[in-house]
Design a protein around this ligand. Structure first.
Ligand SMILES: Cc1cc2nc3c(=O)[nH]c(=O)nc-3n(C[C@H](O)[C@H](O)[C@H](O)COP(=O)(O)OP(=O)(O)OC[C@H]3O[C@@H](n4cnc5c(N)ncnc54)[C@H](O)[C@@H]3O)c2cc1C
Length: 476
């Protein structure tokens, strides 16, 4: 797509020359996110702009509307579903420069931030005051709050604390037309409100297709005093699911329940031999938090439950030991590639979520799919809410391996739907999972398309994503 000289010079005036990047060497940095699909295609935007104020966002969007040019909002680009790439060209809008904490109102359990602030930076600041923002993606040191809101991100602690959407009290959003909307009450500092349609929730998880988030009012919680960890090794996959169900039945409420399949244990040991994890079909990690006596009580009770199913169980609330035990889970994403020398881990079919009592079946199915295509798959995830990350290990320079891994991802996605699950528990739809939306969402996808047309009548904001502009609306 060629952007007219008129448009280019008007945009340069809005953002200033220092934040205006028409050169290919700059644009290429924005051609991919973490997904294999984006890395295979390298879709380059025609222009990158770094915006620093809501007014600039509004002016750029109004111009894009006038000139019918696509705009793609982007945070850190760590997304794994091809959401922040310019598949149809146009303007890449980089929001990382809007990275301030605007205000902290901790008496009222809330802070207001700009969208470009990095998650770990926010939590570092909050920890100094004894608070935290609970959703915890593995990309914490890179991803932005704007990206988290737009993908409704979550992580290990969602089993107890929920996902980003549970913490968003209100947003400032620039609509695709350039109009600015504040959701959740224009002046509100209330912690709950049922005034009007819940447009905050509509925007959370909309993956940059309905508006550009320019300010976020979010709820924070007091930081738990102590954490503890139970780690258990199982000889049978099914026992892992049974242990989790029994923990809930015992009225225990861990802050995280993580699983590492045998493949992930092998990978972690290869990456860090000093971990010396015993060979097992799977291991579970239960984190508990609260006051010191409560942590000890919960950890002991969970250990008792696990002892009925597991070969080996250990628990600790000693911070150093805790760090060492969590290290196994912490390295697994990076370690996955070690299981096949010369190969690498790719993000495709990596985020299914199934009912908790179907996790063991899903793990068996993933193993079978890997064996069928002779591709190692390292699997781990958040068993507490059924979210599994399957990591196929391939040589991405081999065309045949790429073809195989596409088929693997397709089978994994269909398998998740067959088990009454979803193709994405936390990473989003973007382009990577757009083709499954008809099957997964049914008629509600068509309602989503109507909402998209209403808010973005010229389809300029992140077009082509989430299957929102594919196909006609069904006949009444
Ligand atoms: C190693 C690794 C681990 C990860 N672990 C997790 C995990 O545990 N849980 C999880 O949920 N995700 C995880 N992710 C995925 C990703 O980090 C999250 O989805 C994250 O929230 C994306 O943030 P970002 O700033 O990188 O957004 P980007 O990738 O830049 O954008 C993501 C989407 O949000 C839109 N967007 C970004 N900013 C705005 C804005 N201000 N307004 C409107 N739309 C916007 C984009 O258009 C795009 O559709 C992981 C990724 C990596 C690489």
């Amino acid at each position: 797509m060629t952007l007219s000289k008129d448009l280019l010079s008007r945009i340069e005036k809005i953002v200033g020359p220092a934040n205006f990047f028409p050169a290919e060497t700059d644009r290429i940095c924005y051609a991919t996110d973490s997904s294999l699909l984006s890395q295979m295609n390298n879709w380059m935007p025609d222009l990158v702009v770094r915006v620093l104020t809501s007014e600039q966002v509004s002016q750029v969007l109004a111009l894009a509307n006038e000139f019918l040019v696509p705009v793609v909002p982007r945070g850190a680009g760590t997304g794994q579903c091809c959401g922040a790439v310019a598949q149809q060209g146009g303007i890449m809008m980089d929001l990382t420069g809007m990275n301030r904490i605007v205000s902290m109102d901790l008496d009222n359990l809330q802070v207001t931030v700009q969208p470009g602030i990095v998650h770990a930076e926010l939590n570092k600041e909050l920890a100094g005051h004894g608070f935290f923002f609970p959703p915890d993606p593995g990309s914490t040191k890179m991803c932005t709050l704007g990206g988290m809101v737009s993908n409704n991100s979550s992580g290990q602690r969602s089993v107890k604390y929920g996902t980003t959407k549970q913490y968003i009290l209100g947003l400032e959003v620039v609509l695709p037309t350039g109009e600015v909307m504040v959701t959740g009450g224009v002046r509100s500092r209330a912690l709950k409100s049922v005034a009007g349609y819940d447009l905050t929730s509509l925007m959370v998880g909309s993956e940059g297709t309905l508006g550009v988030v320019t300010r976020i009012r979010l709820k924070v919680l007091p930081l738990p005093e102590r954490r503890g960890l139970v780690i258990a090794f199982f000889d049978q996959l099914e026992s892992t699911g049974q242990a989790v169900v029994q923990v809930f039945r015992r009225r225990l409420f861990p802050s995280a329940i993580e699983i590492m399949d045998q493949s992930a244990i092998v990978a972690a040991n290869l990456y860090k031999p000093e971990l010396a994890l015993p060979d097992a079909e799977a291991m579970l990690l239960f984190e508990v938090d609260g006051s010191p006596p409560d942590v000890a009580y919960q950890a002991k009770a969970i250990s008792e439950v696990c002892a009925q199913f597991a070969r080996k169980v250990e628990w600790t609330d000693d911070p150093e030991r805790l760090k060492a035990l969590w290290a196994a889970r912490g390295v697994v994403g990076a370690a996955a590639g070690r299981v096949k020398p010369g190969a690498t881990r790719v993000y495709i079919g990596e985020d299914i979520c199934v009912p908790v009592n179907a996790v063991a079946q899903a793990l068996r199915n993933i193993r079978a799919i890997g064996a069928k295509y002779n591709v190692p798959i390292v699997t781990y995830g958040h068993i507490g809410d059924g979210n599994l990350h399957a990591a196929p290990i391939i040589d991405p320079n081999e065309a045949i391996e790429i073809e195989k891994v596409k088929k693997i991802a397709d089978e994994i996605h269909h398998m998740a739907l067959d088990l009454d699950g979803t193709t994405t528990g936390e990473h989003g739809v973007g382009l990577a999972r757009a083709e499954y939306m008809e099957e997964e969402l049914g008629f509600s996808l068509h309602v989503m398309r109507r909402i998209k047309r209403l808010l973005d009548p010229r389809n300029i904001l992140n077009p082509g994503k989430m299957s929102l502009d594919d196909g006609p609306l069904p006949e009444k």
